[in-house]
Design a binder for this molecule. Structure first.
Ligand code: SF4
Length: 404
């Protein structure tokens, strides 16, 4: 069983958080199962986006902008926006499905100051020509984008995928592919799928009026399977890759035992994954970066961290194991001494869970908070504001009947 005492609780908060989640459009060029955004307003203007950038800069103290949507690459002013963010001294990172990415656009974005991409690829996106293909088969698509981004050079690249009960067992195929691309891929993120079902839930708005939640994109008629949890994702990775270890977490906003964000960083080279960093290194990375730059850290500027990371091994028993593995590897293959040492993170996110009393257990200190009407709201639930003016309370029908 996971024990929170073994991990560093990330020190992020509402007003001092490395991530500013800025949604620039709600239009997308594909439709992923589990997407929580629906098309209502279209592209935001560049003027509005610049105002949001400055609002985040004033109230959030971010280290990076996560440029989200919809699909940000189809926004007509994406290059100007990236340049504006970079001009503010904050790393712009685009969250994309990659469909609209070309080497030419990639080059333009890099010139404008882009720091990297988080690319969403999984087998439930209904992509043309990729229907009914497994996660393992989708590695071919991941490889295409990893090669394209590596050919441009100097950009950070993370792949995320939503985990469904039907794809849970395929997680090792994605991790294995990531490890084979240690030099090109700086992180993997697994987000556990959640939905609200219509057949056994009722929802009320802030005035206690019952509302029709079928209008929300993250509802469906029924869902008979059991949701996958973060500890289960952690365990399947750990069972298949013992060198992996998590080092930081965010808990739930209500439940003391939730792992809403669980983050680890593997250390390795193109030949071998040596191990992972432990909680001491994660703590030092966060506090050291804050001391040095005044901001916490979500994305490194470079994944090629070098052997100097092992200087921390005396204080970090998890990292010490990685260092021993590196030494053994070099003793067996002296040529590997010249291999660059990289980190590759693995993040696990457990999306909000509905509790029987109608509340939702959210991510404590939500890193993906965005702006709606001049207020910060959790981006995963912004459509409740857009459609119903505020968060809904979703209760099981049985319980609602008992309360009447
Ligand atoms: S609560 Fe925040 S961090 Fe968690 S899933 Fe929702 S938007 Fe993302």
């Amino acid at each position: 069983m996971l024990d929170k005492r073994n991990f560093y609780r990330l020190p992020w908060s509402m007003n001092d958080n490395p991530i500013a989640w800025i949604e620039i459009t709600d239009i997308c060029n594909i439709h992923c199962e589990g997407c929580y955004r629906q098309y209502m307003t279209g592209h935001k203007s560049l003027e509005q986006l610049k105002e949001e950038v400055l609002f985040f800069k004033q109230w959030r103290n971010p280290d990076n902008f996560s440029i989200a949507g919809g699909e940000p690459l189809i926004h007509p002013h994406i290059v100007e926006l990236v340049a504006f963010m970079a001009g503010q001294g904050i790393k712009p990172v685009i969250l994309t499905n990659g469909q609209a990415l070309t080497p030419e656009l990639l080059h333009e974005l890099k010139k404008a100051g882009l720091a990297g991409f988080t690319m969403h690829i999984d087998s439930h996106q209904g992509r043309p020509h990729w229907k009914d293909k497994s996660e393992k088969e989708h590695n071919e698509l991941r490889q295409k984008y990893a090669d394209m981004v590596a050919a441009e050079g100097g950009l950070y690249l993370v792949f995320n995928s939503t985990v469904y009960p039907s794809t849970f067992h395929e997680i090792p195929d994605v991790v294995r592919w990531g490890q084979e691309n240690f030099e090109k891929v700086q992180g993997l993120v697994f987000i556990t799928y959640r939905t609200a079902t219509l057949d056994d839930n009722v929802a009320t708005d802030k005035n206690d009026q019952q509302v029709d939640i079928s209008k929300l994109s993250y509802t469906r008629e029924t869902f008979d399977e059991r949701f996958v949890t973060s500890p289960e994702v952690y365990q399947i990775i750990k069972d298949n890759f013992p060198e992996y270890e998590a080092s930081g977490y965010l808990g739930g906003s209500i439940r003391h035992d939730s792992y809403k964000w669980l983050i680890g960083a593997q250390v390795g080279s193109k030949h071998k994954v040596y191990g992972s960093v432990g909680k001491k290194t994660m703590e030092l990375a966060q506090t050291g970066h804050h001391l040095w730059t005044g901001r916490y850290l979500a994305y490194l500027s470079t994944a090629k961290i070098g052997s100097k990371i092992f200087w921390l091994a005396p204080w970090d028993s998890t990292l010490r194991q990685a260092w021993k593995s590196r030494v053994n590897d070099v003793l067996r293959h002296p040529g590997h001494l010249l291999d660059g040492v990289y980190t590759q993170s693995i993040g696990i996110i457990q999306a909000p869970d509905l509790l029987p009393d109608g509340r939702a257990d959210m991510c404590d200190s939500c890193p993906d908070i965005t702006i709606y009407n001049g207020q910060f709201v959790n981006s995963c639930r912004m459509d409740e504001y857009r459609l119903f003016g505020g968060f809904l309370s979703v209760t099981e029908k049985k319980q609602a009947e008992q309360q009447q």
